[in-house]
Design a protein around this ligand. Structure first.
Ligand code: NAD
Ligand code: UDX
Length: 474
């Protein structure tokens, strides 16, 4: 839309003359900032929304026809609002100067160095943003923590923002994001709840009103929850820990099902009917992935440990351990079933993204599983509709790996298929054709329980679901 930068600037300056009711800035144009701001822009034409990022390539993509992230429904919303009340730029300082409300949506990855390495959250980007705001602000601001942060981060931000000689008032709110990738747009359009945490002061409550007013443009008021700022911060870590815990719980039961002849679907259905347990998020599989669960639980573990709560820390850490075990179990089972060797066998991997409908591979179970198979000297052919560009950097190599667009080409001469991502496309393939093209005996390990196992068995496959009896021809 804005291929000519001069025209774009002129267009933007003209739009600045328009009397927008609020000027909202989001620092960090990633998986959370991008979709969240696009939806606010769509629902609130009376506000001007700008996203800024230090990564110029990401901003260039947000301003192009090829957005930097894949999310169903996102393109449409961005294309219809971009240049109207939704803008993307690298000018962080100007953005700060011109805005009233600033969402902080930068990354908070696990620390990889120093104290808490491998567990604690790395808060350097969040802190850097507070310092930038202090440096460039010329008017009072409301600062909204959108990033997932350890409990009490708002206090650190507030202290940094109050540290200068500036007479300005900065009010820090917590407003964690609960969207899941792949369904970000529907999640944002109809959230289960919006959580706003504020300092328990008059200015805190006033800022809370202002932030709630944004969401009230499309979210029913009774879904907007107010808490104190610490509860809000901790609720985000807790929500992810509980969700991941459900997955690890059912995965641990899946292992027991495989040993005993119980069927994990039947067990999940039976327990899910109990309204206290509920039926969602009980799908056994090759483990959870994604940029949040592991990182946020480990952060929770670190916080518990640093508060001297060893038992609480150990309890939550086990959720992550079970998840790693589930992935390792998957590989051990493959090797054992394929006569204890996969060396020089061609194995086709269906899916590399951490879940369907996203190109995101952060912490994807496919990474650990593929690395283990490569260590066993298997030859891998990896198929994924969106994630192939990230395979090399995630695995650290392409040695022994072929990237394939076409699943039918990939399976030709393969000894086995390992399905790791629940892309709908994989359920719609012609498995008779696939069976005919494979080496025999043909093995299929369904790490997402996506396929019709009975039908595959009839075709001749040896089929290995998660949490169910394998269907073998021998
Ligand atoms: P991301 O890495 O996709 O995006 C973060 C962006 O911030 C990057 O583009 C980075 O360049 C930018 N950035 C870093 N420092 C900056 C600075 N000083 N100025 C300007 N830009 C800067 O991360 P994400 O997945 O969007 O996650 C962001 C936060 O939201 C994290 O705290 C995460 O835990 C949380 N969260 C993520 C999800 C999810 O599904 N991905 C869901 C809920 C919450
Ligand atoms: C998660 C939370 O759901 C979301 O609220 C939060 O804001 C960010 O973290 P996300 O990681 O994007 O979202 O996806 P999610 O749908 O939660 O799936 C995470 C992983 O768990 C995936 O690898 C998925 O395959 C796995 N999973 C999920 C299961 O194995 N079984 C299930 O029943 C559900």
């Amino acid at each position: 839309m804005h291929h000519n930068p001069a025209l774009y600037l002129l267009h933007r300056r003209l739009l600045e003359q328009v009397d927008f009711q609020k000027r909202i800035l989001c620092i960090g144009a990633g998986y959370v900032g991008g979709p969240t701001m696009a939806v606010i822009a769509d629902k609130c034409p009376q506000y001007r929304i700008e996203l800024v990022d230090v990564n110029p390539e990401r901003i260039r993509q947000w301003n192009s026809d090829n957005l930097p992230i894949y999310e169903p429904g996102l393109d449409e919303i961005v294309f219809r609002n971009r240049g109207r009340n939704l803008f993307f730029s690298t000018e962080v300082a100007r953005g700060i100067e011109e805005s009233d409300i600033i969402f902080v949506s930068v990354n908070t990855p696990t620390k990889t160095f120093g104290q808490g390495s491998g567990q604690a959250a790395n808060l350097e980007y969040v802190e850097a943003v507070a310092r930038l705001i202090l440096k460039h602000a010329k008017t009072d601001k409301i600062i909204v923590e959108k990033s997932t942060v350890p409990v009490r981060t708002a206090q650190a931000l507030q202290r940094i923002l109050a540290s200068g000689a500036s007479p300005l008032h900065f009010e820090v709110l917590s407003n964690p994001e609960f969207l899941a990738e792949g369904t970000a747009i529907p999640d944002l359009l109809a959230p289960d709840r919006i959580l706003v945490g504020c300092m328990e002061t008059e200015s805190g409550h006033k800022a809370c009103d202002q932030l709630s007013a944004i969401y009230e443009n499309w979210v029913p008021k009774d879904r907007i929850l107010r808490t104190n700022v610490w509860s809000s911060e901790l609720s985000k870590l807790t929500a992810n820990a509980f969700l991941a815990q459900r997955v690890s719980s059912i995965n641990s039961i899946s292992a027991l099902c495989e040993k005993t002849g119980a069927n994990v679907h039947e067990v999940a259905r039976a327990i899910g009917k109990d309204s206290r347990i509920g039926s969602k998020f009980l799908q056994a599989g090759a483990g959870f992935g994604g940029s949040c669960f592991r990182k946020d639980i480990l952060n929770l573990v670190y916080i518990c440990r640093s508060q001297g709560l060893t038992e609480a820390a150990d309890y939550w850490e086990q959720v992550v351990r079970i998840n790693e075990w589930q992935q390792d179990r998957f590989v051990l089972n493959m090797v054992a079933e394929m006569f204890n060797t996969v060396a020089n066998k061609t194995l086709t991997v269906f899916g590399f993204a951490f879940k369907a409908d996203t190109g995101d591979t952060r912490d994807s179970p496919a990474i650990r599983i593929c690395q283990a198979l490569l260590e066993e000297r298997a030859q891998l052919r990896i198929v994924d509709p969106k994630a192939l560009p990230y395979v090399e950097s995630d695995l650290g190599t392409l040695k022994g790996v072929t990237l394939c667009q076409d699943p039918y080409e990939a399976v030709a001469g393969s000894h086995a298929i390992a399905l790791l991502t629940g892309w709908k496309q994989f359920a719609e393939l012609d498995y008779r054709r696939i069976y005919n093209a494979m080496e025999k005996p043909a093995f299929l390990f369904d790490g997402r329980n996506l396929l019709d196992h009975g039908a595959l068995f009839e075709m001749g496959f040896n089929v290995y679901p998660i949490g169910e009896k394998p269907l073998r021809h021998f």
